[in-house]
Design a protein around this ligand. Sequence first.
Ligand code: AMP
Ligand code: MG
Length: 569
Amino acid sequence: MTSHAVDRPLAATLAAVAQQADYSLLESLNADPDATATGVDHEPRQVSSGHYVPVKPTPLPEPVYVAHSPTLFAELGFADELARSPEFMRFFSGDFRVAPEPMREQGWATGYALSIYGREYTSNCPFGTGNGYGDGRAISGLEGSFNGQRWEMQLKGAGPTPYCRGGDGRAVLRSSVREFLAQEHMHALGVPTSRSLSLYVSGTEMVRRPWYSENSSSTDPDRWALDPAAISTRVAPSFLRVGQLELFARRARKGEHPRAMEELELILRHILDREYRPEISAEAGLGDQLVHLARAFGERLSTLAGSWLRVGYCQGNFNSDNTALGGFTLDYGPFGFMELFDPEYQPWTGGGWHFAFLNQPEAAHRNYHMFWTALISWDGFTQVQRRQLEAIREGFPERMNETIAEVFAAKLGLPSPAATEGLVQPLLQLMVDTRVDYTLFFRELSDLPEELEPLRASFYPNPKGVDESAWKAWLRDWRAALELDDERTPERVAAQMKRVNPKFILREWHLVPAYQRAAQGDYSLVRELQTVMTQPYAEQDEDTARKYYALKPASFFGMGGVSHMSCSS
Ligand code: AMP
Ligand code: MG
């Protein structure tokens, strides 16, 4: 994403922010005809048509500043002090009454459908129809063109919407800190992602969630925990999801109401406008633009899944409703960064193998298929365009495989994807047998060792020992494939590798004390993690390295809330 800096002073007041408001979603899409005029719409109910429901957030009582992203503020052209200014804090903790004109006092929630690993579900909402599934506690509050780029801002934990399915609409500080830090970390890692604007916690409101006791090895939470309620605001070009497109496609296919096909077309046009301009020109006919969309989204989605493999990220719950149509990471629920390399790493106990670490490319393929199925529900394609779409769909797995080869070529410092042939599978097997830390291993490898010795820093204790001769053979093959010469000097290759193999990743056992202390009003560890994790490729100082460039301590293996979690809200 490029930012087109516009010559305007930094916005230092909410009124200055308001001047840049521009609600394209509200203006070009349909409101739910059953919505209230007041936005007081906080009980679970079916929403059978329309693209969004106007809804007022439930303000967080006594908001206290926890964090904001100075990087994103700068990109948006917001003055840094704004994050602690009373009006800004009130708005982004859910009190929209302070919105200056032309900002609006109502937010909006959107509905979406759900597919899990390529299979449609409708019975997942309380009404068994699929009409009650959507943003249950995320309320968008502002859309505009800030510093020359269009962004939407969404408050998570802002109270119930019609899609709340009976929940309280709140988010706990724990999950908000995790999401806030992870988004800016992923951005710094170079992984496409929604971003973090701000995080405020209530000085008085607490919410109850099932969670784990200290040192629990239970799979499911074993107690009720009372935690402070928080609102974090996430920012993205749009929050349009594959599941959302599916909702309108399913309705159009079934002719559920007279305007169903028209609503599908409107959302398709909106996806193009929000996520694919100027890459896809608005000059062509809609059918051709949508063929282009199918290709472009496939590219972005395969790149995304490849980036997750590169940095050791597991999204946990890679449903179609958690798949952004802009092709960036969205959701940050039961996610995790893998430490001990395990192809089946999955921090979410409800997620299973299908969303496990190395299966994410296949899960991306299934989500792509659901996107594609929704897309072809539009009734305006010609036969030629349908054939083009068919070819694009069939090409996804190959594109995904090329991306994976590119990722491993970069991680291994190899001159081309073809050079990974015969190196990756044996390496992954050795990594499993040896028990290695994914991040530490690739970072140590980036110094181009000739011997096994330096790599041992990334090995976890292993009663089965280490197969030294197998490693020796692999290292020899790898070093030969590196093709070091006067052009590809060891220094250059090492430097390249250190730009793709991060030194620091957000490990759950570092997050736990940060959110625990934050719940006591001490935000120092949140700040420290924010500083360290927004420069993940830098060497940083020795103290930081000692603390954060480290193997997961044995005591955290198998621990509930650290190694695995059953929910994250
Ligand atoms: P998830 O599986 O986390 O993506 O959430 C599925 C649905 O449940 C979404 O519509 C969420 O907004 C909703 N949801 C999750 N937690 C809550 C909550 N505390 N209150 C209301 N809705 C929630
Ligand atoms: Mg979700």
